[in-house]
Each structure stands twice: as structure tokens, then as C-alpha cells.
Design a protein. Structure first.
Length: 231
């Protein structure tokens, strides 16, 4: 019981020393904030560009061969099953400290996550576009052309909705990847914590909360517009 009280008193002491936040550090963290946002956007964009074509190979209805399906599914599962933070640690050891490692980590994880969502969307929507694709094939279109013009327009809003959601996720994750040296705002946060700059740490945490809140609100608006445009 005494140990628990001691821990609570330590936590209260830490919080009391962190208040008020040192807001004058906000101008100095503008660059790390932009770095985190850029890292998240680049990571999900690269991951999405790889996941989109890969998802057609990982969907039962559109894959050319069973072996290709198994390999594509296995690659997607591997990318998704390893957390972004662990990918960041691996890429930091390979390419060094900085946002490049963060971009690679987010992109690799997004290949798995987006690839899973995209391939499941394809398998869900494929039967509903059968008549359109069959009509296009009768008119002389190839199987690939039928997929592009008959299935892709239906999938595009779903793909875009997932992409916007993962932009939000990538920015949130990007603030954490800095803790292992992958650049961005997380790196500045780690330095403040290690140097016991409690008020500066509180200001950075508030900045992270503000960024995540703004991006979450924007992504909700965009996803709502996409949903309304497709219904």
C-alpha cells in the first residue's frame, strides 16, 4: 500500500512540475511537426501505391494464379503483422536515424494494412459488377479492360476512404516512431523527456494532441463527402 501511495505521489509531482506547459517552444517545433506530417503522408502514399496493384493479386477473384495469390497474401500478412514501431527500429538500423526510416516503416506497414482492406474490398465488390464486366467482354473488351473500367470505378471510393483514414493513422504513428530515432516530433519529445524538461514535454504533448485532433476532423469530413458522393 505504501509503495502505491509513493508511486501516486511521484506521478502527481511529475504532473505538477509539468504545469504550466512551456508554450514558447512551439515555434521551435514547427519544423518537426511538418516533418511528422510529411512523413505520415509520404508513408501512406508509397504504401498505397504498392498495395493497390498488389491487392488485385491477393484477391481470389482477380489473381491470375493460385501461387501468386498465396505469395501476395503472405507478403501482405508479413507487412501487416509487424508493428510500425518495430519496422522503424529495423529501418533505423539499416538507413540510419531520421525521417527516411520513418517513411519506410510507415510505408511497409501500410502495404500490409491497405493491401488487406483493398483485397477484401475487391472480393466483396467483384460479384456485384459481374454483369457490367460480362457486357464489356461481349463488346470486345479484354479481361483487364473489364476489370479497370467495370470494377475499378466501384472500388475507387472505397480505396480513397481507406487511404484518407490511414493518412490520419500514419501521422499519429509518426509521432511515436520518433521515440526510436525515426525523426519527426517524437524525436524532439524523446529529447525533452530524457533531459527532464517537463514543461517543454507537456507543450509537445499538447501539440501532438492538437495535430491529431485536426487531422482526425479533416479525415472525417473527407470520408463523409466520399460516402455522400457514392450514395
Amino acid at each position: 500500500m505504501g509503495t502505491t501511495v509513493y508511486k501516486f505521489s511521484n506521478a502527481f509531482d511529475y504532473l505538477s512540475r509539468s504545469w504550466p506547459p512551456k508554450l514558447d517552444v512551439l515555434p521551435s517545433i514547427a519544423k518537426p511537426i511538418m516533418e511528422t506530417i510529411q512523413m505520415g503522408f509520404l508513408g501512406v502514399t508509397i504504401g498505397g501505391l504498392i498495395a493497390a496493384p498488389l491487392s488485385f493479386l491477393a484477391a481470389k477473384d482477380t489473381t491470375p494464379f493460385v501461387l501468386v495469390y498465396i505469395l501476395a497474401r503472405g507478403f501482405i500478412s508479413t507487412c501487416r503483422s509487424i508493428p510500425a514501431l518495430l519496422w522503424a527500429i529495423l529501418f533505423v538500423t539499416m538507413v540510419g536515424l531520421g525521417p527516411v526510416a520513418g517513411v519506410f516503416a510507415l510505408a511497409t506497414h501500410c502495404v500490409g494494412s491497405l493491401g488487406k482492406h483493398f483485397s477484401e474490398s475487391i472480393e466483396t465488390m467483384y460479384p456485384h459488377t459481374r454483369e457490367v464486366r460480362e457486357a464489356m467482354t461481349v463488346d470486345g473488351a479484354s479481361r483487364l479492360q473489364a476489370l479497370i473500367h467495370g470494377l475499378l470505378p466501384v472500388l475507387a471510393p472505397l480505396f480513397l476512404s481507406y487511404f484518407i483514414y490511414y493518412v490520419e493513422w500514419s501521422v499519429r504513428a509518426g509521432t511515436i516512431l520518433g521515440l526510436v530515432g525515426a525523426g519527426g516530433l517524437g524525436l524532439r519529445l524523446t529529447m525533452s523527456i530524457r533531459m527532464f524538461r517537463r514543461q517543454e514535454t507537456a507543450a509537445i504533448v499538447l501539440a501532438i494532441l492538437a495535430i491529431v485532433t485536426v487531422i482526425d476532423s479533416l479525415s472525417r469530413v473527407f470520408r463523409k463527402q466520399i460516402l455522400e458522393a457514392t450514395t
